[in-house]
Ligand binder design. Structure first.
Ligand code: ATP
Length: 497
C-alpha cells in the first residue's frame, strides 16, 4: 500500500512531455511531467513586466523573462511512506484524519456530506450570490467577486468546471483543496466559507482578499525593502508551520498565491496542489508545481516532504528582496540545473542576516535545510533576520502590515488590486471559456501523442482523445454521479440562468 501511487499520481506518472525528458535527463530517473497551471496570457505578460527593469540578473545573465512553468514530476511506482520511513501511524489530529478519509478515499459509495456551509448552518446556492466582478482565472477556475444577497457580505467565488477537472484528472487535487481549506483556520490562510456544487460546476466561496496577489505588488515595486519582506515571510512562516503541524504540505508557494487582505496581511490561497501526508514521516513522490520554486529533491524525484515549502519560501524571499527567483533562467532545463548545482548568488545590497536566512532555507539537503530539524519552524523563527520580532503579537495580527494595499477611502468592493484584463470582463458564472482552454490543451496533447505514436513511443495511460471525450460528456459512467465524485461539495441543483 505504502508504495502504490494514488490514481492521480499514477496517471501523471504515465503522462509525457518536454519537461519530463528534461527532468529525466537531469535526475537520471524515469519521471514524467505534464503542465498543470497554465496562467492566462494576460497573467503571463504581467509577470514578464514584473521582472523587467529590476536591474537584477539571475546567474549573471539578464534575459527577457517568461511566466513560471508548471510541471508534474513523479517517480513511478511510489507514493506514501518512504522506504525506511516509519510505518504509517494514526495521528491524533482530527482535521488530518477527516481529510485523509474524505480527500483520499474518494469513495463513491459513501454518502455525500450534508452541509454546504463550512462555518454556520445555512445551505446556500448560487442564486444566493450576486456576481460583481471577475477577479482572476486559473487553470480550471474563474474567480468572481460576489455579494451575498441576504447579508451584503463580499466573497471571492471560485468556480470550477467539473468536465474540465475530470478531463484533466484533477479530481483529487480539487478534493484536496476543498477538504484542506475546509479544515484549516489560521490568520494567514484564506478562509473557505461555503462549498457547493451544481450539475456542472463546483463552487468554493472564500473570504475576499481585496489586496490582490503579492505578485501584483511585486510587479509594481520591482522589489521590496527587507523590512517589508521580514513581515511577509514571518506571516508565511506561521501559516506553513500551522499546515505542517497538520501533516499538510502546501507545495505551491509563489507570489501569485500569496494574497493580501485589505489591511495588507498575507493570506495563503490556492490549495489545489497541497498534499496531506499520512504522518510526519510520510513522503510524497509526485509534485505538481512551478519550476522556479521546486526544491532539488523534487527535481531528482527522491520523495519530498514539508521541507519543500521551506525551500520555496527561501526562493520567494530572495525574489521579494531582489526581484527575481535566485536560480531563474528563461531556459527551464538550465533553471533546474541551477537549482541542483549553481552557487547561490544574491545582489550585494542584501543584508548578511537576510543572506544567511535565504541560504539556510535554500540548503540543498532537505534534512539539513533550515526548518527541517526536530524543532521545525522554531529554528526559522529564531533566525537573526527576525530578531526582535514578537511572534505572539504577529500571530494575533497585531504587527502592522508593511503597507495598506487598498486606499482607505476605497469602497469594500474595490478591485483596484486586480488586473483590469480580468475586472473588465463581464462577471458571469459561465465556465465555458475554462473548458475551451482545457480542450485546446488536450488537442495539443493529442497532436503530440500522434507524433509519439509515429516515433513508436509507448502511449500515455489515458489518451488526450479519451480526455476530450470526457470533456464532451461521453464515456466514463461516474460522470453520472457527480455529487458522489465531488463529495464534500453539497449538491444544490441550479435553477434559472
Ligand atoms: P492555478 O491555475 O494557479 O491553480 P486556480 O485555478 O487554482 O489557479 P486560484 O489561483 O485559486 O485559481 O485563483 C485564480 C486567481 O483568482 C488568483 O490568482 C487571485 O488573483 C484570484 N483569487 C483567488 N482567490 C481569491 C480570493 N479569496 N480573494 C481575491 N482574489 C482571489
Amino acid at each position: 500500500m505504502g508504495n502504490q501511487p494514488s490514481s492521480s499520481e499514477a496517471r501523471h506518472s504515465r503522462s509525457s512531455g518536454e519537461l519530463a525528458r528534461i527532468q529525466r535527463k537531469l535526475a537520471g530517473q524515469s519521471a514524467r511531467s505534464a503542465p498543470r497551471k497554465p496562467k492566462t496570457s494576460s497573467h503571463e505578460s504581467l509577470r514578464d513586466q514584473a521582472y523587467r527593469g529590476t536591474g537584477l540578473e539571475a546567474g549573471g545573465t539578464r534575459k527577457p523573462l517568461e511566466a513560471p512553468t508548471p510541471v508534474v514530476i513523479s517517480q513511478p511506482g511510489a507514493t506514501g511512506t518512504a522506504a525506511g520511513g516509519k510505518p504509517r501511524a494514526e495521528r491524533p489530529c482530527c482535521a488530518a484524519r477527516d481529510l485523509s478519509q474524505a480527500a483520499y478515499g474518494l469513495n463513491a459509495s459513501s454518502p455525500p456530506q450534508k452541509s454546504s456551509m463550512i462555518f454556520g448552518q445555512a445551505r446556500v446556492t448560487r442564486e444566493d450570490f450576486m456576481p460583481l466582478k471577475t477577479l482572476g482565472r486559473g487553470s480550471f477556475a474563474k474567480v468572481l467577486l460576489v455579494r451575498k444577497r441576504d447579508t451584503g457580505e463580499l466573497f471571492a467565488m471560485k468556480i470550477l468546471s467539473k468536465k474540465a477537472i475530470m478531463a484533466r484528472n484533477q479530481i483529487e487535487h480539487t478534493m484536496a483543496e476543498r477538504l484542506i481549506l475546509g479544515n484549516v483556520q489560521h490568520p494567514y490562510i484564506v478562509a473557505l466559507r461555503y462549498a457547493f456544487q451544481t450539475e456542472d460546476q463546483l463552487y468554493l466561496v472564500l473570504d475576499y482578499c481585496s489586496g490582490g496577489e503579492l505578485f501584483f505588488h511585486l510587479k509594481r515595486e520591482g522589489r521590496f525593502p527587507e523590512s517589508t519582506v521580514r513581515v511577509y515571510i514571518a506571516e508565511i512562516t506561521l501559516a506553513l508551520e500551522y499546515l505542517h503541524a497538520r501533516n499538510i504540505i502546501y507545495r505551491d508557494l509563489k507570489p501569485e498565491n500569496v494574497l493580501l487582505d485589505r489591511e495588507g496581511h498575507v493570506l495563503l490561497a490556492d490549495f489545489g496542489l497541497s498534499k496531506l501526508l499520512q504522518d510526519n514521516q510520510d513522503k510524497a513522490m509526485t509534485y505538481v508545481g512551478t519550476v522556479e520554486y521546486l526544491a532539488p529533491e523534487v527535481i531528482t524525484a527522491q520523495g519530498h516532504s514539508f521541507a519543500v515549502d521551506w525551500w520555496a519560501m527561501g526562493t520567494l524571499m530572495a525574489e521579494l528582496i531582489s526581484g527575481l527567483p535566485p536560480f531563474y533562467s528563461t531556459n527551464v532545463n538550465l533553471m533546474m540545473e541551477r537549482i541542483l548545482k549553481a552557487e547561490l548568488r544574491l545582489p550585494e545590497y542584501v543584508s548578511p542576516e537576510a543572506r544567511s536566512l535565504i541560504a539556510g532555507l535554500l540548503t540543498r539537503d532537505p534534512s539539513k535545510r533550515l526548518g527541517s530539524g526536530a524543532n521545525g519552524a522554531a529554528a526559522i523563527k529564531r533566525h537573526p533576520f527576525f530578531s526582535g520580532l514578537d511572534w505572539d503579537a504577529l500571530m494575533q495580527r497585531k504587527i502592522p502590515a508593511p503597507f495598506q494595499p487598498v486606499r482607505s477611502d476605497a469602497p469594500l468592493d474595490s478591485t483596484e488590486n486586480f488586473d483590469t484584463s480580468f475586472t473588465d470582463e463581464a462577471p458571469t458564472f459561465d465556465t465555458s471559456a475554462e473548458e475551451e482552454r482545457v480542450r485546446a490543451k488536450l488537442l495539443q496533447k493529442a497532436a503530440h501523442e500522434r507524433m509519439q505514436a509515429t516515433a513508436s513511443l509507448p502511449p500515455a495511460n489515458r489518451s488526450a482523445t479519451d480526455a476530450l471525450n470526457v470533456l464532451d460528456g461521453n464515456l466514463i459512467p461516474w460522470t453520472k454521479t457527480p455529487g458522489k465524485v465531488f463529495e464534500g461539495f453539497t449538491y444544490v441543483p441550479h435553477h434559472g440562468t
